[in-house]
Structure formats: C-alpha cells, structure tokens
Design a binder for this molecule. Structure first.
Ligand SMILES: [Zn+2]
Length: 117
C-alpha cells in the first residue's frame, strides 16, 4: 500500500516512479518519451495518453459538480456562478493536464505496463 501511495505521489510531482529522480516532462505540454535518468519509457503505446485524458476529465468534472452543489445548496446567483465555473474548469483542465498524464503513467508503472528494460 505504501508503494502505491509513493508511486502516485511521485507521479503527481511529475517525477519518474521507477528511479524517483527523472522529470517526466521537458516542457509545459511535452512529456519525455523516456526518463532522462533511468531510461524507462513513460507511454509505450500511441493511445496511452487517453488514460491521462480520462483522469483529467473526471477531475475537471468534479469542479463542475462542486459548482452545481453550490448552486443547489446556496443562494448564489446562477449565471455568475456558471461563468466562474466555466473559467475555473478551463484553467484547471490546462493546469492539471501534466499531472493527469503523469498519474496515468504512475498507474501504468504500478500495473507493470511500464517497466525497466
Ligand atoms: Zn526514471
């Protein structure tokens, strides 16, 4: 259990889950193909980034659900709330993009899909 939490935490920090030192991204939106320290491949298949996109979608949707709860349980005006939540969802999805892809890479590492060659 501690290993799982450690790998997921390292992934959220954009750090290689295998060597715990290499950076997973070389720029804001570009993931390294291989870890610059240990050389493992972060996403082996062409479609493996879709898992990260799914994580990002669920996390961003939780922002919208929180907003819906605010609208339902409080007396906040709806249209300003919708505008703020729309902006917040867009900013959150862009900010969380790298973390979602890294988290998916960490899950792939935990399941053995990413391994040291
Ligand atoms: Zn590494």
């Amino acid at each position: 259990m501690r290993r799982i939490l450690r790998v997921l935490f390292l992934s959220l920090l954009l750090t290689c889950p295998a060597c715990q030192r290499g950076r997973m991204f070389r720029s804001r939106f570009t993931m390294n193909v291989r870890c610059p320290v240990c050389g493992i491949v972060f996403e082996r298949g062409a479609g493996e980034f879709s898992g990260g996109m799914a994580i990002n979608t669920v996390a961003t949707s939780s922002v919208a659900v929180t907003g819906a709860a605010l609208a339902f349980f409080t007396d906040m005006p709806v249209w300003p709330l919708i505008a703020v939540l729309t902006l917040l969802s867009i900013v959150f999805a862009i900010w969380f993009y790298r973390h979602a892809r890294a988290l998916w890479a960490g899950i792939l590492y935990l399941t053995g899909s990413i391994r040291e060659d």
